[in-house]
Design a protein around this ligand. Structure first.
Ligand code: AMP
Ligand code: MG
Length: 484
């Protein structure tokens, strides 16, 4: 379909106008296309050819509006690093409406009523990171927002070190409502009425099967708990760290949103922290499931006027067991095993492996990919050559061998299971950094190549074989800033 034929729905306008701001985006100077994503075009039925037109640039830049679109910014609140901030909001993102249940939002489109003292901009490096990683997450079956395209420009913003060019990334989500949106609504004068309206909106958008069901608000919460438990398990299984798990960055649709200083862990470190402002490691790798549980309890409190809060808190007891079930099932698959076959979930084997990976300083995801490829236990050098210390991994293989014998599965059977969950390529921060540095010279080719790798991580990309190797130590497990 042509861009001019796309028509959006503006259903958020059912909510009281005091809870959002209609506004016009502030355009960037000389917008230029960095990349567009065909898979995201398919989601909204947009012809690929349209993305190479001036009209498309104008659309991303906010100077061309889609039919029926009335751009707006949403208010929300949130707990940031554990402290309640009564008013946040879309300080640099502008919502354009939804198509096929995808809510379109441009990030970096200028100041809004909720910008506080920010400039409303997103620098190129942060847009590239979000654009590529959301597609990488999707390809790994981790619930996430998606991204349609990025533009760069001749408008500049000041960040930590220097002037950087401003960009806009168009991102799409099944919802942009956050736990923090409920926290804000629960703090308004007509809180009960406002929270009810917001919950009805979320149910209509994301849980339509609950619309006519008794106890629908409680059930919306239970569904979100289930989805979040499963999403967190997938983060943990692939070593993904979000970096800023504040309640304003937690989606009511149970998808990963707002990518900032995230990382796919390089070598395994259970206490890994990827955000350099997170001195105490509140959002460290190991803490993530507990923080997600904490965030959901904050939501339970924000819903107390329309739900029986004690029921919600009772249901929260299922969060960690649900998380563990999904985690163990997938970790078994990454080892080519079946969780229930040997009568237990192989928890001890998995914990022993994590300890061995940590002490041997082995690249976490590369380990699993190499495990797909070994054909005999007699020669483990394809894996152990990558370890700084070999002993722990070799010892772990003795335990693994025993479980493989109990499960009576062959190398080829295990490979069948593993090849679906152990990709050859995981997008690491050093790869994104290479693409960013090249993009700063005006060459966007690596952004497009990384997009291709991110979307097809199980396939061969012969030009980029080096990306299937461990992260070079000097770039491994580096902390990034919030403006990333
Ligand atoms: P984040 O840590 O990216 O989730 O951002 C936290 C809050 O700060 C959100 O409400 C953002 O909209 C806002 N924010 C972040 N960067 C900027 C910026 N450059 N200009 C305006 N608001 C911003
Ligand atoms: Mg945010």
């Amino acid at each position: 379909m042509k861009l001019s034929k796309l028509k959006v729905d503006m259903d958020y306008f059912k909510i009281d106008e005091k809870l959002y701001q209609k506004l016009k985006p502030t355009p960037l100077k000389n917008p230029k296309l960095v990349s567009f994503n065909k898979k995201a075009c398919d989601l909204i039925n947009l012809d690929y050819k349209e993305c190479e037109t001036q009209e498309f640039l104008d659309f991303l830049n906010g100077t061309k509006t889609l039919e029926n679109s009335q751009p707006y910014a949403m208010v929300y609140a949130g707990h940031q690093f554990g402290y309640f901030v009564p008013q946040l909001g879309d300080g640099r993102a502008i919502n354009l409406g939804n198509i096929n249940s995808w809510h379109l939002q441009t990030k970096g489109s200028g100041p809004t009523k909720y910008s506080r003292r920010g400039d409303g901009r997103a620098v190129l490096r942060s847009s590239i990171r979000e654009y590529i990683i959301s597609e990488a997450m999707y390809a790994l079956d981790i619930p996430t927002t998606r991204a349609l395209a990025i533009i760069d420009s001749d408008t500049y913003a000041h960040r930590e070190w220097e002037k950087e060019s401003c960009s806009i990334v168009l991102r799409m989500s099944s919802s942009w409502i956050r736990i923090g949106t409920f926290e804000f609504f629960a703090n308004t004068e007509n809180s009960k009425e406002n929270v009810t309206k917001l919950a009805d909106y979320v149910i209509e958008q994301n849980y339509p099967h609950l619309k006519e069901v008794e106890g629908k608000y409680e059930k919306m919460f239970y569904s979100l708990v289930d989805k979040t438990a499963s999403m967190l398990a997938r983060w943990q299984v692939y070593g993904f760290m979000h970096g800023v798990m504040n309640t304003d960055n937690f989606s009511m649709a149970g998808v990963t949103i707002d990518y900032g200083p995230f990382a796919f862990m390089d070598y395994f470190d259970k206490n890994c922290i990827c955000n350099h402002t997170d001195g105490e490691g509140r959002y460290s790798y190991n803490n993530q499931p507990y923080v997600a549980r904490w965030n959901l309890i904050v939501l339970a409190n924000a819903l107390k006027e329309i739900c029986d809060e004690s029921k919600l808190l009772e249901y929260m007891k299922t969060f960690l067991p649900q998380h563990e079930n999904v985690y163990l099932k997938l970790m078994n698959e990454r080892l080519g095993l079946i969780a229930s076959k040997s009568g237990d979930s192989n928890l001890d084997l998995i914990l022993e492996l994590l300890g061995a990976l940590e002490t041997s300083k082995m690249d976490y995801n590369v380990f699993f990919h190499r495990l797909n490829s070994i054909k005999s236990f007699d020669d483990l050098s394809y894996i152990t050559d990558l370890c700084v210390f070999r002993d722990p991994i070799e010892k772990w293989f003795d335990s693994y061998k025993k479980v493989c014998e109990i499960q009576e599965n062959s190398f080829s059977k295990r490979n069948e299971i593993m090849k679906k969950v152990n990709p050859k390529y995981i997008i690491k921060n050093y790869m994104l950094q290479e693409a960013i540095e090249l993009a700063h010279t005006g060459d966007y080719s690596l952004v497009n190549d990384l997009l291709e790798i991110a979307q097809n991580p199980y396939e061969e990309h012969s030009k980029y074989e080096r990306y299937s190797n461990p992260t070079p130590m000097k770039f491994a497990n580096i902390k990034l800033s919030c403006s990333s």
